[in-house]
Write a protein that binds this ligand. Sequence first.
Ligand SMILES: [Mg+2]
Length: 231
Amino acid sequence: MSAIVIGFDADDTLWQNERFYRLTEGRFTELLADYAKPDHLSARLLEAEKRNLGKYGFGIKGFTLSMIETAIEITEGRVPAETIRDILEAGREMLDHPVEPLPHARETLEALAGQYRIVLITKGDLFDQERKLAASGLGDFFDAVEIVSDKNRAVYERIFTRHGNGADKAMMVGNSMKSDVLPAIEAGGWGVFVPHELTWAHEHAEAPSGADRFRQIEHLGELEAVLREIG
Ligand SMILES: [Mg+2]
């Protein structure tokens, strides 16, 4: 077994996620079409989400509450109860969405399991993340699962120390430059960026310049080559 521990992000790294947020946001803008244009509604919703992150954390429940808050603001308190009901319904449907592993996710985990210690590291609603992991059929490949409220340098240091030999001997793989890649590199580990075509605006960040422990791949099928290269 290699000394390196590999952390995998879940949403939009192992399975589709952002797509369901975009679909629901589309529904939300339709529900409030009489009050404001879709772009304006989306911008106000993003503001509410960012404002509320520190209180609600990441995930569908916080997103639903932010949709309701935005609906109240946009309508200056006149949003009908039926619309609130429809927003709640849209949020609940997100919590039931099917879990579709992304291409190469299963084969890659299968190939790495047993050779490396593999940890799933994700933020979001606890129930929802547990449900998705179970529904994905990928749960058995992981040596450990960490569902955290935020992903920062200290969190990676703690997780990689708990499950391995510290961040120095660890790699984080994910689609968020801001949450998966940069803080893992800051902690002393490797950061592998696997961009997804849809990524929430809040998760965007510039690639690090001059970081020797940064790599970018097109899809998870290229991860084994990175591991061979770094030894
Ligand atoms: Mg992600």
